[in-house]
Write a protein that binds this ligand. Structure first.
Ligand code: PLP
Length: 451
């Protein structure tokens, strides 16, 4: 029986039987408030206790339909039996060895698997990391080393992580940068074509934004010959689920070829089958030089990677490493995840993504609140008039048992596990339909502690 059939059998409805958060949830939140970093931003008071497939249950026994997947991470659903078995088996066998210094079969096999799916013809090499931001750090370092240049072009609205190098590229919300400077020098942010796809009509093909890159940035701020890399999310994630138009990506490829710049596709959110292909950039039909990945790569175990064309790896032994990265248990989860994505989940993401988009559009057509619906596969953003409206729908959905997450200025992202079936998609669309009018009514506010 396939994973999807199994999850269909496990299908049940969300069930909310306490106020939110419930008594146990409230107690936990109070304890958390006393010790957690104030920088955390819990969108709503979900206090998760367990998860199975596309459902999450909180500490008070309320069951939620998870269309957030832990920020697009639980790609195979929560605690997929094959992933759990791989983790247990590997934990019994070997938990750590430090792959920077020693060899380990699963580590090598996982790199082989990633190299085989790299979005370019040339053969690939791989460096495994513990997180997305480390994959971006590594990609920046490799690009600088290989080109002997310091400059980086990133994009307005982009998100690439929180460590200081990656943060220098991150440009989605100023509070993520405020107080942390100075950041990396010679990083410039070009405008990203934030094209509305549905109700507001097209914003163009990105030619106006390219003109700014060519004339303002390369004409006034930095010579292309000083630029090591152009770093772009083929679909902006945190920035609002905006796909970059294919002609825009193709033009970036041309600029890179003309000036010896490396094109880095940050696929940490958009990759690993979520859009119906391994990588979102494949939809545009162009090849990057380096691709970064993390999030859905190991179903929630901390793992990431940067994958580059063979000829880019000009750095010597000792130039880059990591104690934990590519940990055998994470890699075992990664291998099980890649197997599942390859055998059925990628195709399912395309199919269910279409069903979800059509369903959301049907509901939105009746609603004055929705401004746009866009994305690829199971990476769909729904835009509202403003942040308050998006937040109100997010809260109303939560109260009805549907987990979504805000992104960008005024959007909600739907990034469910890739195992979702028709029943789950239809349930999510139904709950969204209920949340829309409810969000317009002033409802009694739920108690979110932590400010
Ligand atoms: N790049 C992109 C496109 C992301 O969406 C994220 C996380 O949201 C990151 C990088 C950073 O990944 P991590 O949070 O694992 O460091």
């Amino acid at each position: 029986m396939s994973t999807i059939e199994e999850s269909a059998l496990a299908a049940a409805a969300p069930r909310i039987h306490t106020e939110l958060p419930g008594p146990r949830g409230r107690a936990l939140i109070a304890r958390d408030d006393a010790v957690a970093s104030p920088s955390l931003t819990r969108a709503y008071p979900l206090v998760a206790e367990s998860g199975s497939g596309y459902f999450v249950t909180d500490v008070d026994g309320n069951r939620f339909l998870d269309f957030a997947a832990g920020i697009a991470v639980a790609s195979t659903g929560h605690s997929h039996p094959a992933v759990v078995a791989a983790i247990k088996q590997q934990a019994d066998r070997l938990i750590h060895i430090a792959a920077t210094d020693f060899y380990e079969p699963r580590y090598t096999e996982f790199m082989e698997r990633l190299a085989a799916i790299a979005p370019f013809e040339e053969s690939a090499r791989v460096f495994l990391t513990n997180s997305g931001t480390e994959a971006v750090e590594g990609a920046i370092k490799l690009a600088r080393y290989h080109t002997h240049r310091a400059g980086i072009i990133a994009f307005e609205g982009g998100f690439h992580g929180r460590t200081l190098g990656a943060l220098s590229l991150t440009n989605s919300k100023v509070k993520q940068r405020a107080g942390f400077g100075p950041l990396l020098p010679m990083v410039h942010h070009a405008p990203f074509p934030h094209v509305r796809a549905w109700r507001e009509g097209s914003g163009g093909d990105g030619s106006a934004e390219l003109e700014v890159l060519r004339t303002s940035i390369f004409g006034r701020l930095i010579a292309p010959s000083d630029v090591a890399a152009i770093v772009i999310e083929p679909i902006q994630g945190e920035g609002g689920y905006f796909p970059a138009p294919a002609p825009f990506l193709a033009a970036l490829r041309e600029i890179c070829d003309e000036h010896g710049i490396l094109l880095i596709a940050d696929e940490i959110q958009s990759g690993m089958g979520r859009t119906g292909r391994w990588w979102a950039i494949e939809h545009a039909g162009i090849e990057p030089d380096i691709v970064t990945t993390a999030k859905g790569i190991a179903s929630g175990m901390p793992l990431g990677a940067f994958i580059a064309r063979d000829t880019v790896w000009t750095w010597p032994a000792g130039a880059h490493g990591s104690t934990f990265a590519g940990n055998p248990v994470c890699v075992a989860a990664g291998l099980a995840t890649v197997d599942l994505i390859e055998s059925e989940l990628m195709a399912n993401a395309a199919l269910m993504g279409e069903r979800l988009r059509t369903g959301l559009q049907r509901v939105a057509a009746e609603s004055p609140d929705v401004r746009d619906i866009r994305g690829e596969g199971l990476m769909i953003g729904v835009e509202f008039a403003n942040h308050a409206a998006a937040n109100a729908v997010q809260q109303a959905a939560f109260e009805r048992g549907l987990l979504t997450l805000e992104c960008g200025q005024a959007s909600l992202r739907f990034s469910p596990p890739l195992i979702v079936d028709s029943a789950a998609v239809d349930m999510a669309v139904g709950l969204f339909a209920e949340a829309l009018p409810a969000a317009r009514q002033p409802e009694p506010s739920i108690a979110v502690s932590g400010g």
